[in-house]
Design a binder for this molecule. Sequence first.
Ligand SMILES: [Cu+2]
Length: 127
Amino acid sequence: MKYLSSILIILFLAAACNSPQTEQASTDNNESTEKVATIEIVVINVSGMHCEGCEKTISDALSALEGVQDARASFTEEQAKVKYDPAIVSIEEFTAAIEDKGYGVSDYEIMPMENKIIEQVEKNPEP
Ligand SMILES: [Cu+2]
């Protein structure tokens, strides 16, 4: 019985040694269950928007990027929400697209996968 448990310990140690597949550093702490998801939503803080025309400029610029499923900007919230496939497109490209249009990006936050977030913006009639 002691023999068996030492085998188990060895197996356990071997498994533990295999695990650290270094992930590229992200601001995300919960890495375990999220790996299945291939779609992410990021909320980007955008400065410089002052009307619906600005919203459209940014939404269109983001939507034009390959891998972006949905993009909505709100000048009242000073945010752009982007639903995208992180395997295809990156936040750096969103930042570049926004800055290319003359707006500023301060920071961003990757949201847990919830389609609600973008739907809320749709339903919310902006004055
Ligand atoms: Cu404007």
